[in-house]
Design a protein around this ligand. Structure first.
Ligand SMILES: *Cc1c(COP(=O)(O)O)cnc(C)c1O
Length: 386
């Protein structure tokens, strides 16, 4: 039954949705570090909460169901989740990363995995022949995001997975921006899905967390071992918050996207706006590919103002929309990628991949969109240099 229902229903009934012992329709917060054993070697399924916790397990089963994977794993942040996945690699291995990859993922490879002789190459995942030519000796994995932050670059996940598998690469997709409601990378050929559940899955800007879903039993065993060994697990209370957030994902996303489509239209026709990046716009890069692999364009938009607008004044003049890191919460947020989310990427690389200092990223919330657009409009008006 569960396998045949739609994602909207699975959000609510997936995983372990009823407490076995009491029938409670919400899995309790098992706020415990350890479990009484009935005798030597006689455990009731749990021994220590780093290894396993019922609340975390309910979340892990839920995300596995939603992404259509074999097993799910919950971590203390998206970066802890990515660290666990990259820990599958060995000294001497190389990773290909798409050029617009999340700044933290770049930093993790550039400054941490670098210590372990694991290297990376920034790859063009939008051009298959260039991409294939970058699969040299030692390349073992590819990490992609689609759409990728902050230029909302779309990558053909199925095509990249096919080329990568021909060369034996592990295909990792960071599905944070789309969520399994809008896009299911495992069904497109990916081996592993990673989430910053801090964003849309949690949805309320009140929890930092990360999730991993794998496509095979072998990968499940390996990630379970890494999760228990490195220990970056999500706590029971945060696991509960995430399950609670995930239940409303479909209704929230529908509204996020409805608002984003209106915002993209508004910005596209605004005289102060030089360029809009949104995969839901028909003239955008990758529109057709995105339509093929995702339900719609999501709710993240980037845009550039013309040079005669001062972005400092723009950010300072906003009254409803907050200038903040993060995205995917119910409230609309803006950020400045070149000094915030992507500051860890060196200026020359930023320039090369097109992350200009005038770029503004908007995470469209679920407020009444007219209010949000009025706020943006007045801030733009104030920021015009006379
Ligand atoms: C935020 C984010 C991350 C990092 O997740 P944290 O929960 O902040 O550690 C990774 N990838 C993407 C696309 C993100 O937006």
């Amino acid at each position: 039954m569960k396998n045949s229902v739609n994602t909207e229903t699975l959000l609510i009934h997936g995983g372990i949705s009823v407490d076995e012992r009491t029938g409670a329709v919400n899995i309790p917060i098992y706020q415990t570090s350890t479990y009484k054993q009935d005798g030597l070697g006689k455990m009731r399924g749990y021994e220590y909460s780093r290894t396993g916790n019922p609340t975390r397990e309910a979340l892990e089963a839920l995300i596995a169901d939603l992404e259509g994977g074999v097993a799910g794993f919950a971590f203390g942040s998206g970066m802890a989740a990515m660290t666990a996945v990259l820990s599958l690699l060995h000294s001497g291995d190389r990773v290909l990363i798409s050029s617009n990859v999340y700044g933290g993922t770049f930093r993790l490879l550039d400054k941490v995995f670098d210590h372990f002789n694991i290297s990376y190459t920034i790859a063009d995942t939008t051009d298959l022949s260039v991409f294939e030519s970058q699969i040299t000796d030692g390349v073992k994995a590819v990490v992609i995001e689609s759409p990728a932050n902050p230029l909302m670059t779309v990558t053909d996940i199925r095509a990249v997975a096919e080329v990568s598998h021909k060369h034996g690469l592990l295909v990792v997709v960071d599905n944070t921006f789309m969520t399994p409601y809008l896009q299911k990378p495992l069904s497109l050929g990916a081996d592993i899905v990673v989430h910053s559940a801090t964003k849309y899955l949690g949805g309320h800007s009140d929890v930092v967390s990360g999730l991993v879903v794998v496509s095979t039993k072998d990968l499940a065993d390996k990630i379970a071992f890494i999760q228990n060994s490195t220990g970056g697990v999500l706590g029971p209370f945060d696991s509960f918050l995430l399950i609670r957030g995930i239940k409303t994902l479909a209704v929230r996303m529908d509204r996020h996207v409805f608002n984003a489509e209106k915002a993209a239209q508004f910005l596209s026709s605004h005289k102060a706006v030089k360029k809009v990046f949104y995969p839901g716009l028909e003239n955008s890069q990758g529109f057709e590919i995105n339509k093929k692999q995702a339900k719609n364009g999501g709710a993240m938009i980037s845009f550039e103002l013309h040079d005669n607008y001062d972005i400092h004044t723009f950010f300072e003049s906003l009254q409803l929309v907050s200038l903040a890191e993060s995205l995917g919460g119910v409230e609309s947020l803006v950020c400045h990628p070149s000094t915030m989310t992507h500051a860890s990427i060196p200026a020359d690389i930023r320039k090369k991949v097109g992350i200009t200092d005038g770029l503004i990223r908007l995470s469209v919330g679920i407020e009444l969109i007219d209010d949000i657009l009025a706020d943006i409009d007045q801030a733009i008006a104030k920021s015009e240099r006379k």
